[in-house]
Write a protein that binds this ligand. Structure first.
Ligand SMILES: [Zn+2]
Ligand SMILES: [Zn+2]
Length: 155
């Protein structure tokens, strides 16, 4: 039983106030309606822009378990369709950060990204100087940099 003035949404199965439903017979809440409309228009857009067929964007999302193919991140934002700008081939779904920043900075070059990974694993400064030199007075935890310090260096 649902409380008086409330109705159970047939899609999200939440009990929501009557005002979220259209009319007396509405079965889907306004939030779910808005979501399915925006999903439908997104599907139409990716089909038109990237040449994906009906249901193929959803198939990619499901095949990637809803995760960015690079960082494995699940974000609230929809995953972007990443494509090779030269050949036009659709490569997969990426989060905005990996698609927009990581690949753009790396100029879509796999060899450059492999060199960047090698660089992060083995620091030339340590190899050349024969010792680990630390920024600041005390060794910081690996991977940690202070925002204040970054700003000082950038200025
Ligand atoms: Zn709902
Ligand atoms: Zn990512």
């Amino acid at each position: 039983m649902t409380r008086k003035g409330y109705r159970r949404c047939a899609r999200c199965e939440r009990n929501r106030a009557e005002r979220f439903f259209a009319g007396k017979r509405g079965r889907i809440c306004a939030t779910c309606k808005r979501k399915s409309r925006s999903q439908a228009s997104h599907a139409a857009r990716v089909q038109a822009v990237y040449g994906l067929g009906p249901g193929e964007y959803d198939a990619l999302v499901a095949g990637q378990q809803g995760r960015c193919a690079i960082c494995d991140g699940t974000r609230r934002q929809r995953l972007s369709v990443d494509h090779d700008h030269r050949s036009g081939v659709v490569r997969g779904l990426l989060c905005r950060r990996c698609n927009g920043r990581l690949l753009t900075a790396a100029r879509d070059d796999p060899a450059l990204l492999r060199r960047a990974a090698d660089y992060l694993d083995s620091h030339p400064a340590t190899r050349i100087l024969g010792r680990e030199v630390y920024v600041g007075s005390a060794p910081m935890k690996r991977g940690y940099t202070s925002p204040a310090l970054d700003k000082r260096i950038a200025d």
